[in-house]
Design a protein around this ligand. Structure first.
Ligand code: G4P
Ligand code: NA
Ligand code: NA
Length: 193
């Protein structure tokens, strides 16, 4: 069992059958041991793919993404959820991402300065549920003309359709922990990544 899986079992809280609270080690307080482990797994799997950029979406994707970027010694870019006044006159890639969890749609933005057709991009995120966020990032990479090396996810909720949607789009997905079932006193994992 991976350290991330152990932490999910010991410190994760299933709020219901769909939502896992992991803010003691992944998306509020951040455990560097978890970050080291997940980034090493991503580098083992994607490290020989000629990656030039790591891409995520603010806020919770930033920590694992920057850890991986540091290992790969390439820049990390995060899509912004609000447009800074300093970006208004610049060319940008945008995509409207719908969050089922939050029941709202928000436009995410990446300046065209930081992704180009020469890049090979690894997309990283903390959770994979419906893949709205990941598919939004895939679309942004496509707008830039760059290639997608794959998608690396810390926690995949395998009972939701996100992974299948990404695979149907031809994307190589690696998830460190894959949750098969979420319940109050029972969290089970899928085999494999
Ligand atoms: P999707 O991105 O796969 O389509 O999933 P969804 O729309 O359902 O998720 C929206 C947000 O909720 C994302 O964060 C995602 O990381 C987070 N999320 C999804 N499922 C869970 C869960 O079981 N537990 C926790 N803790 N978060 C979950 P976001 O909107 O990008 O916000 P941020 O937290 O990164 O700022
Ligand atoms: Na996220
Ligand atoms: Na999140």
């Amino acid at each position: 069992m991976s350290y991330l899986q152990e932490r999910i079992l010991s410190d994760g809280v299933a709020l219901n059958e769909d939502v896992l609270k992991v803010d003691s080690f992944l998306n509020h307080q951040i455990d560097p041991v978890v970050m080291n482990e997940v980034s090493k797994e991503f580098v083992d799997y994607f490290g020989d793919k000629g990656i030039t950029k790591v891409l995520t979406i603010e806020a919770s994707g930033i920590a694992p993404a920057i850890w991986v970027a540091s290992e790969l010694q390439v820049p990390m870019v995060f899509a912004k959820k609000t447009e800074p006044s300093t970006m208004k006159s610049e060319d940008q890639y945008t995509h409207d991402v719908h969050s089922f969890t939050k029941n709202k749609t928000s436009r995410v933005i990446v300046s065209s300065k930081y992704l180009s057709a020469d890049d090979r991009v690894l997309i990283i995120d903390d959770f994979l549920a419906n893949a709205e966020a990941s598919l939004g990032l895939v679309d942004i990479v496509k707008q830039s003309g760059a290639e997608i090396a794959g998608v690396g996810i810390c926690i995949e909720k395998s009972f939701q359709p996100g992974r299948q949607k990404l695979e149907d789009a031809g994307i190589d997905v690696y998830s460190v922990a894959r949750i098969k079932e979420l319940g109050k006193d029972k969290i089970t994992f899928e085999e494999g990544h």
